[in-house]
Design a protein around this ligand. Sequence first.
Ligand SMILES: Cc1cc2nc3c(=O)[nH]c(=O)nc-3n(C[C@H](O)[C@H](O)[C@H](O)COP(=O)(O)O)c2cc1C
Length: 547
Amino acid sequence: MIQDNAQLPAIGYWLPGETPPYRTLEQIAEGVHHTRVQAYVIRNLSSGAIGIGVEGRFISSIAEAAAPAEAYAVLAILAPQYPEWLGDRSFQEVHQVRFSYIAGEMANGIASEEMVIQMAKHHMLGFFGSAGLPIRRVEQAIDTIQAAIPGRSWGVNLIHTPNEPQMEASLVELYVRKGVRRVSASAFMRMTPAIVAYAAKGLTQDARGHIQRKHYVFAKISQPELARQFMSPPPGQLLAQLLEQGKITAEEARLAARVPVAEDITVEADSGGHTDNRPQAPLFASVLTVRDQCMRSYAYTRPIRIGIAGGIGTPAAVAAAFAQGASYVLVGSVHQSAVESGLSAAGRAMLAQATMTDMIMSPAADMFEQGVKVQVLKRGTMFSSRASQLYDIYRSFDDIADIPEPVRRKLEATIFQQPLEQIWNDTVRFFEQREPSQIDKANRNPKHKMALLFRWYLGQASRWAIGGVEGREYDYQIWCGPAMGAFNAWVKGSFLEPLANRSVTQIAYNLLEGASVVGRAQQLRSYGVPVPMEAFHFQPRKITPLG
Ligand SMILES: Cc1cc2nc3c(=O)[nH]c(=O)nc-3n(C[C@H](O)[C@H](O)[C@H](O)COP(=O)(O)O)c2cc1C
């Protein structure tokens, strides 16, 4: 039987003040948006219609017979609601931030120093996009950020590089030396000495016996079993090895065996860039189950938090993440269109045109030979079709010499715009500095030579987009997920449509404020208020945070 609102007991009465009750559907849609005040779910005593009241006066004691004629029965009272209260309170306490919202790392400095600095100034977390950058450039970024926001919270990406373990170790050495306290670990397939050393370094026990961390690992994962590894203490043999090498102390090894490697797990659903295209809800639910198992079996005293990334570009997506229990949300694609983004103005203008179906999976530069793909922007660029064409040729032939002459000529004219010999000379120069063994291998194996040549195009295509290289617009490789299209549709015709207004913090404030409204609309609906669909739309506006 459907519960009749008229049967619900009143908890008191509400007398309107200056703001009249919100009664019609149109008025209710407006009333939902007053999130920062107490809201009364009210019932008209004669018609039984349900609406919303704000301000006015609440009387708890009079009997219905004695209620003044203008009074409404009150069925429920909703507390004022603030975007600060979305997410896990422990996230805000541990990381010393005001909002449970992260600007995710974007490679090659697209998540720039300025993006991280602006986030920190507004008491939110940002991770610098260190992947793909030489270590000197990462060090410079750390110096810039530290000088701009002393004492504030922020972090850097640590991307797993199985082919270059030394790179990972050198980055960790840099992060520890520079006092970087938060690292987002991504693309890991198993625990490595480098990430375990970072997590263990600086662990202490306070006078009450509580374990305190100096370094916080945020693990970005899209598989529950990988999440389990990060939510478990590090393998004993890795700790023993690090201790023997003098990389951690005996005390750090002892304490590390009692805490998870990562206390914050970012569950990444279908997203821009490298992605397993996982659906968010089943992935989050599965990781939550593993989290509960780990909390129980290791009897941790500090909580493990789970955040959601992937597909977040509208208030409803943020609200849905928090409604599932996410401790925090992390945004990538949409921030790439922000003024602080390291992507060129031309690239950002292309992003602003995207709809949610304008993305496609395309061969990845870093794992081209293995057939790994990344999600990129399709609209306005021919990158994905050209990269796929190269991959098909790579699969079909074992040697450049086997490619039919007309095909080769077409490649040189359109994709490479240079003779392949010239490209090969550039490739040799690049690898001579970075990894000379690749050249030896290519000289022995013609198929490997073809892979390196084709990867030249995939690598350059990202650089052309970042640098805004004229004449190469059709080759721009811009990593991007469907969230970008949803965001563009949401902000159309509003303050956030012009790119110049898209600061990363205005994007964040609007998404959070809108999520608060969506949450309120849903709550009121569940209390029996006939909330119309349009109440779930939050119109972006310039937001100046209080305090
Ligand atoms: C342009 C771009 C570059 C990215 N680079 C990295 C990276 O270097 N390391 C990483 O862990 N994630 C990277 N990501 C993923 C983001 O940090 C984030 O997890 C993801 O974008 C969230 O999904 P969304 O794109 O749907 O917002 C990148 C994403 C984009 C769009």
